[in-house]
Design a protein around this ligand. Structure first.
Ligand code: 16G
Length: 148
């Protein structure tokens, strides 16, 4: 397990994300400039991956976004996002390892809570990792922006 690297574009990072949702046409250039943007936002984005080094493939990933707030004495909230385990590597505890690692980072960053949203089918997965069903997630989508 390690942080995402710029070279992970060539280790199947986007193909892995496609197992969660649409990635669309993302060129290596576009990947690299987003990677740099996130890297510059110090202390905000933590993207961890698990690589199967025998095949130089990224087989699992999860992201923590640290949101700074005014409430809770200028507190912080951690958002766990984009958790995916390659279908051939499921049921081996990889998601647990990634989410536990991000939870530790969130605590060290001073987050007073960590939240995530997921499909109903996956509720039990996160319950097993100690999450409880909280508020209802709502969304409003822009049909343009990245929603093709
Ligand atoms: C899941 C993800 C979320 C991701 C979304 C993508 C976790 C815990 N949740 O809910 O992070 O952004 O799927 O779905 O990984 P979308 O393509 O419909 O936005």
């Amino acid at each position: 397990m390690r942080p995402l690297r710029r070279g992970d574009f060539d280790r199947g990072y986007c193909q892995l994300l496609e197992q969660l949702t649409t990635v669309g046409q993302l060129s290596k250039n576009a990947f690299e400039s987003r990677f740099e943007e996130l890297r510059m936002a110090e202390g905000m984005y933590y993207i961890v991956v698990i690589e199967d080094r025998r095949h130089s493939r990224v087989v699992a990933t999860a992201t923590l976004v640290v949101e700074k707030k005014f409430i809770h004495e200028a507190g912080k909230v951690g958002h766990i996002e984009d958790v995916v385990v390659d279908s051939q590597y499921r049921n081996r505890g990889l998601a647990r390892a990634l989410v536990s690692c991000l939870y530790e980072i969130s605590k060290r960053s001073g987050c007073y809570k960590v939240v995530l949203y997921c499909k109903e089918d996956n509720v039990h997965v996160y319950q097993r990792l100690g999450f409880e069903v909280g508020l209802i997630h709502m969304e409003k989508r822009d049909k343009g922006a990245g929603n093709k």
